[in-house]
Write a protein that binds this ligand. Structure first.
Ligand code: FAD
Length: 311
């Protein structure tokens, strides 16, 4: 039986999940910097790693019963966690929900925890095309669909057919692509839904052609974004017809630094962690960039990264 003392909202609870068969791991007081690509963030009260949908429903039921907030994460590659961490339960799907079922010639039902890059490699082996644009996107399928991640003219929505999700009452839902109203880095999934599976419609193509496209996309990314320091991808959405990175560069902010956070010298839309950056350092740089671009160009930049947790 999973049974442990757990401090949430400064109260100590006896954490006993609804059934005795929770198979995943449960961690307490977890440094979020270990679970985000930015390597930044205070501690989360609890992090759970459900192994399957039963576990997921179990833990959601427990959290809902107790009134604990819930946050689902994948690989934390689009997240900035504030310095005082996260109250409640973080559900981490990056180590599970890895099942892939190939359907017919050109469809796949993919678990929300499957890595985008792993999936692209498996598709290549099967001669299935449609996701090559995403070859440098380091997140999970759940995170990528939630964000409608995209690059080089492609977006996750191009391949999504349906999305399976679980709500905070543990109820399963299925959404057609049209119901999700995908738009730039956004999908209209109702609040507090956890994507467990995604059905993708791909295209048959020769492995050679797919390999060629993957190579091209990798090279383009390497030329523009060969950033080795911890980061969370693009900080801002591109305003229509413009590039946020270019606007920031033209405002003279490339290389600007607050504490250990720096606007990348390579790409104006990336902030890198030079070692011990805090979320406050990053948020201060974000505010500086928005302010300067607004004053210089009259354009208000909108963040693409998700900022979560407490100051
Ligand atoms: C080096 C680098 C390059 C990148 N390049 C790109 C790029 O070219 N294009 C692009 O669009 N993005 C890019 N990103 C951002 C990021 O990789 C994508 O947004 C990615 O798809 C997020 O997936 P994740 O699993 O890391 O999600 P997380 O960062 O863990 O979560 C992101 C959001 O999705 C939600 N979420 C995660 N999983 C689920 C789920 N199963 N159900 C419901 N909600 C969920 C979270 O609550 C959060 O709001 C890049 C990031 C890095 C670090």
């Amino acid at each position: 039986m999973q049974d442990a003392r757990c401090k949430i909202k400064n109260k100590t609870y006896n954490l006993q999940l609804a059934t005795c068969i929770f198979k995943g791991r449960i961690l307490f007081d977890v440094p979020m910097k270990d679970y985000t690509s930015f390597k930044i963030g205070g501690n989360a009260d609890v992090m759970v790693f459900p192994q399957d949908e039963h576990d997921l429903i179990d833990v959601i039921g427990f959290a809902s019963n107790k009134g604990f907030p819930v946050l689902v994460i994948g690989r934390g590659t689009n997240l900035l966690v504030r310095d005082n961490g996260i109250r409640g339960v973080v559900i981490n799907l990056s180590n599970s929900f890895k099942e892939i079922t190939w359907v017919g010639d050109d469809e796949a039902i993919v678990g929300g925890g499957v890595g985008v890059i792993e999936l692209i490699n498996l598709c290549k082996e099967r001669g299935l095309s449609g996701l090559e644009f995403a070859v440098g996107i380091p997140g999970t399928i759940g995170g990528a669909v939630f964000m409608n991640a995209g690059a080089y003219g492609g977006e996750m929505k191009d391949a999504v057919k349906t999305v399976e999700a679980v709500d905070l009452n543990g109820k399963r839902h299925s959404f057609d692509k049209s119901a999700l109203k995908f738009s730039y880095r956004k999908c209209d999934l109702p609040e507090n839904m956890i994507i467990s599976k995604v059905r993708l419609k791909l295209r048959k193509d020769s492995a050679e052609e797919i390999k060629k496209r993957i190579k091209e996309f990798k090279e383009r990314r390497k030329a523009a974004q060969a950033i080795v320091l911890p980061n969370a991808g693009s900080i801002f959405k591109n305003p229509e017809g413009l590039y946020a990175g270019r606007l920031i560069e033209e405002s003279g902010l490339k290389g600007s630094r607050v504490g250990d956070a720096q606007i990348s010298e390579m790409h104006g839309n990336y902030i890198v962690n030079l070692g011990n950056a805090t979320a406050m350092d990053v948020l201060t740089l974000i505010a500086m960039a928005r302010d300067k671009v607004f004053k210089a160009k009259g354009i208000l930049l909108e963040t693409e990264i998700k900022v979560v947790g407490e100051d």
